[in-house]
Design a protein around this ligand. Sequence first.
Ligand code: TNX
Length: 540
Amino acid sequence: MQKKIVRTVLVFALVLTILAANAIQVSASDTLAPKPKTPTPTSTGPTPIGNIIPMPVSITSTGASFLLPSTADIYVEPGTTELTAVGQYLADKLNPSTGYGMQVLTTAGAPANGNIYLTTVGGDPALGDEGYRLTVTSSLVTVVAYKPVGLFRGIQTIRQMLPAAIESATMQSVPWQMATGTVSDYPRFTWRGSMLDVARHFFSVTDVKRYIDLMAYYKLNVFHFHLSDDQGWRIMINSWPNLALYGGGTQVGGTCSNCYYTQAEYSDIVAYAQSRYITLVPEIDMPGHTNAALASYAELNCNGVAPARYTGTNVGFSSLCISKPITYTFVDDVIRELAALTPGAYMHVGGDEASSTTTADYVSFVSQVQTIVQSHGKQMIGWEEIAQINGLYASSVAQHWNTTNSFAPTAVQKGAKVLMSPANKAYLDMKYSRKIQLGQTWAGLINTQTGYEWDPATIVSGVSESSVLGVEAPLWTETIVTIRDIEYMAYPRLPGYAELGWSPVTGRNWNEYKVRLGSHGPRLTALGVNFYRDALVPWQ
Ligand code: TNX
């Protein structure tokens, strides 16, 4: 009798899982209308499409396969250097492992069989700027998108539909097959980001670029660059050169030689992100988290005395001098120079953990900063404490992190939008488990499942989907020293945040996701990523 009940429950669970998996194929709630009608998926073929992260809005498998021949090239429509660059990105990803030396060529109309075709002709505006439709037949691979950025997102899907060895840096002899079918896709949220703290530990331009390129693989589109903190100032500001020259000389644990980016290096990173359709958002943290600046210029301190540089890991002890006019000259100069180097719409002004500043001073300071940011043509984003200011612009954004004392509902009441980075779910510097050495635990342990199982639209009461701009996973680097450390903390959690930001919530389920994520093990290996083999994931 008991056995029978167990069996019935198991069968029921199986049916539910199948229903849930199918539900993913149908478009769920989103902001774009009208929604594309999607046929019921069939997965009768030997190689069904299905291990894509983030999960696309709809997939139809037709059960056959496309074999990429050694003669293949990548075709784009003529007359656009932007499409040629997108095509070249794909060629550069496919050529090392295939050894095919694919070229980017132009064509008016579909190319001959056995090629890859990327075009905006006939792109569907209803799928949005980042949306795309990918069609794989046994003779041709075609991505059609309304905008080049949609094609760029679509080619990540092509990469993920090819065998994992496609990501290898050296030639592999593998039949380069793709399952046939159609993927129709677009993101749920417009901001899908990750933050890298280069202030606590400094990372080279090469390391930063690698982080950005890996983000692109999972269709993330915002790189938040935490450029200053108590332990270091990482960007040359020509009008205040000591910030970088002196303030860039330390990091957690000690001195650090020339640990800042020149403006040319910063611009190079911006352009690198831009070529991956990733917007760079620079952060200068203020009024707290400013010891490196205070140490570099005595006049920024209320008492006129520069403190020593700081190489510990405490927070909440430093503050710019709220009452001094020179503080606002400083902020204006820094924001002006950074804004001129930054094509993206946002300037992040920090605003977190200003515990040595009174609330009245804090509100006065951030209000003035908001005006300064706007005067340089940018929108202000700050950690959620900024929502306390009167006159918060609707165009300003509050980044939620504090799960015990959130100002996110305050931001919404004032008409502003919220970016979701709840520390106990989305902080990439939290340990996966007590057993691992890297990371912190103050916000809790975040294994891959915990990091995945939440919804940005329901995580904070008083903040509903229409007020959520998106999701961001910050990586603070007090304990993180090398790019291998960075990769270990970000992978495999970051693909999960990418899915929370991109995919429809309907049908989302850890048991399905963990299998799909497990299939990315060989991909991450081929990419050379030092990822954490979380035992909760059935790695292939
Ligand atoms: C809190 S949360 C911080 C950072 C630390 C981080 C460490 C927030 C906005 N600020 O200054 O690096 O915790 O986990």
